[in-house]
Design a protein around this ligand. Structure first.
Ligand code: AMP
Ligand code: MG
Length: 353
């Protein structure tokens, strides 16, 4: 692909620079790509109704073309521009969670196949970030935006991660500082007979079910560790978020996990390998490894989500050969965190007791 000069602009979310945002909006309207912060991860934006812009997104990321893009909107009424009809459930969920980290799948109307990866449905989200909302409004477009990483790498939670992956491939990066949540939106499919979560995230099935007043099921395809069931969201089948080194999760009571990981690290080091351990503030000092990376306090699950992708990227930068990670089955968003961590580890888990 043709390389270009990528402009990086710092934007303070509390005091948005109008001139920069007008330029960014114009670039989107002209069919160019702009990466921008959202509350979940950084997105790579292009005009959702412009097939050429959608194609540029796939090319810049090296994303498989069957993996559809999420359409970002700034006002609820915009959903009518892409949905064949707006289900009552979408109104209820939007009332409770938009703007916010929830993506809804509905039957689509006039959205180009290039944006929806050939599907008859469309994914829609209203992000809760002043820079994202301002960019959508200034562009006058609906913005198709997947995570702004090279396909297969961890999603970007800081503008420097975007620059690492996409410099020279996109017109502009809006740097709004580190994101708040750190893992991608929850995806709920409203085209099935029962609402179904296709990707776990910050908004849990319980929260969705309380608002809808009905049961919300979880796509069996995302829980299976093997290929026997295909996930319904095409993107969930790819080996995502993976650091370059081999990664193994060790699960069990904390003392047993520490002994097991220390033994495994020792073996690798005997063979001359450089090893990282992904731990917490509490457990970190108990490990003996080349690098110990802390996800924050085990009691603070929001911090764990926030640090996850940066830590996976750090493993690449540190050129470690092996990574051992603790397991993070925390009460609320543990399912979302473990979904990403298990993929990063290619579902390799050692259980100990
Ligand atoms: P990303 O924006 O990189 O977080 O990826 C978007 C995710 O949404 C991918 O896993 C897609 O497969 C999924 N997705 C987008 N549109 C649809 C759709 N119409 N039906 C099912 N999954 C979708
Ligand atoms: Mg992604």
């Amino acid at each position: 692909m043709n390389m270009m000069n990528t402009k990086i602009e710092r934007v303070n979310p509390e005091q948005i620079d109008e001139t920069i945002m007008e330029e960014a909006g114009r670039l989107i309207a002209e069919g160019e790509l702009v990466a921008f912060p959202t509350e979940t991860v950084y997105g790579l934006g292009g005009d959702a109704l412009h097939p050429e812009a959608a194609r540029k997104i796939y090319a810049a990321k090296g994303r498989p073309s069957d993996n559809p893009l999420i359409v970002h909107i700034a006002d609820f009424s915009d959903i009518e521009r892409v949905a064949r009809e707006v289900p009552e459930a979408a109104r209820k969920l939007a009332g409770a969670f938009w703007p916010g980290p929830l993506t809804m799948i509905v039957w689509k109307s006039a959205v180009p196949m290039a944006t929806t990866g050939g599907m008859d449905t469309v994914a829609v989200r209203m992000p809760n970030h002043p820079v994202a909302l301002d960019l959508i409004r200034k562009s006058g477009c609906l913005i198709a935006a997947p995570s702004a990483n090279t396909s297969g790498r961890p999603s970007p939670t800081e503008a420097s991660h975007v620059a690492e992956d996409l410099s020279g491939r996109i017109a502009m990066i809006l740097d709004g500082g580190p994101v708040g949540i750190g893992i991608e939106s929850t995806i709920i499919d409203l085209t099935e007979s029962k609402p179904m979560v296709l990707r776990p995230g910050y908004i849990t099935p319980q929260m969705l079910s309380e608002v809808l007043g009905e049961e919300v099921i979880i796509d069996p395809g995302i829980i299976a560790a093997d290929d026997t069931r295909k996930p319904k969201a095409p993107g969930m089948k790819y080996k995502h978020y993976a650091p370059k080194a081999d990664m193994v999760i060790v699960d069990g009571p904390s003392d047993a996990v520490v002994s097991k990981i220390n033994a495994l690290v020792h073996q690798k080091q005997e063979n001359g390998q450089k090893v990282a351990v992904i731990a917490t503030e509490e457990s970190g000092p108990s490990y003996h490894a080349d690098v110990i990376l802390s996800m924050g306090s085990r009691l603070d699950e929001d911090a764990i989500a926030q640090h996850l992708y940066r830590i996976l990227r750090e493993c690449d930068e540190l050129h470690v050969d092996a990574i051992y990670s603790e397991s993070f089955q925390t009460p609320r968003i543990g399912q979302a965190i473990m979904n990403r961590l298990l993929k990063a580890a290619g579902h390799t888990v050692i259980h100990c007791d």
